[in-house]
Design a protein around this ligand. Sequence first.
Ligand code: SAH
Ligand code: AVI
Length: 355
Amino acid sequence: MEMYLALNHAAEPAAAPVVDPALANDVIAGLGAQQKFLPSKWFYDDAGSRLFQQIMALPEYYLTRAELGILRNKPDDLAEWIAPDALPVDLIELGSGDGAKTISLCDALMRRGTPCTYHPIDVSAHALIELQQRFLAELPDLPLHPILGDYFEHWPSTPPSHRQVVMLLGSNLGNLNQDQSIQLLKRVRSRLLVGDVLLLGLDLKKDPGMILAAYNDAQGVTAAFNMNLLRRLNRELDMDFDTEHFSHYASYSPLDGAARSFLVSKRRQVVRSRALDREFHFARGETIYTEQSQKYSFEAIEQLAAASGFDVASTVTDDLGWYTIAVLRARPKQPARAAFLAAALPVGWPAFTPW
Ligand code: SAH
Ligand code: AVI
């Protein structure tokens, strides 16, 4: 009887995965390009989000500790810009992740008596669930309104009488190319009133060996994070990537300040997607460019701000000078100097930015 049921079950067609059209479009465009690429926002399915949490705890991944150091040790340097008066604050965080770092800042603001509401936006349900659990346990009095979705598309509605403070921490901006960075910052600016604030957590240029190690850790967690993208495509687009036949490759170029990650095809192979009814050919050694992680100079930060309608009010940097949280203020109509700066390309930006 059991055997009969098993056979019967096996004869049923497998349920087709529900295809996200945005993912389908990105894969068709990215794997169909001459230099194959995949946008890094697709890293963050549940498994990817968990792997990123492991990355943040790695000895080589200094970014998280440096940023946390600023948020924990210098909250007043930030609070004087975020809450200079008694105005209630709406904190809007783009790509919040699990909120482990942001909670320090929220805590500091609440202890100063600043009335605030927190609106984290993230594409990862796993990250937002962890965030919600953390905030409910540790800061139950903070009004929390998570938004599951792409920060290019979503924005919370907030009372005009409140100050909006937008946060883009973790050097998240570094995962966007120059055009996308300015596009996102301009979108943020279009939602703000003059005097509203944007906190940009950015990784600074430093010893290239140290940067490279952060994206090529000894335990192979970053490699697993990169490879998980292929597992996601197998599951969500019914693809047949064999992860044994790909390897992780990380690079850092001091010339343009970009760390870049790739997946390298170890052999000539064809990968199919039944959901897309497509096949993709790989030569031996061919790469998929999966992530850019830009490192910044203070000059580049000034130029980025000027190009998108902000002034840099302050930069709060960790004691070792590895990482900075730039405080940007929405400025009135573009003055002539800023228009001139905006026309100039930010210094040292990657020449090859396919997405
Ligand atoms: N800011 C957090 C998390 C950084 S990881 C920190 O510093 O620890 C990057 C986060 O951004 C992930 O949780 C990922 O799911 C999210 N993310 C990436 N691209 C996104 C997009 N386009 N819209 C919304 N969230 C995005
Ligand atoms: C989320 N983001 C800023 C990380 C970074 O450093 O670019 C993602 C990451 N990729 C590999 N390690 C960490």
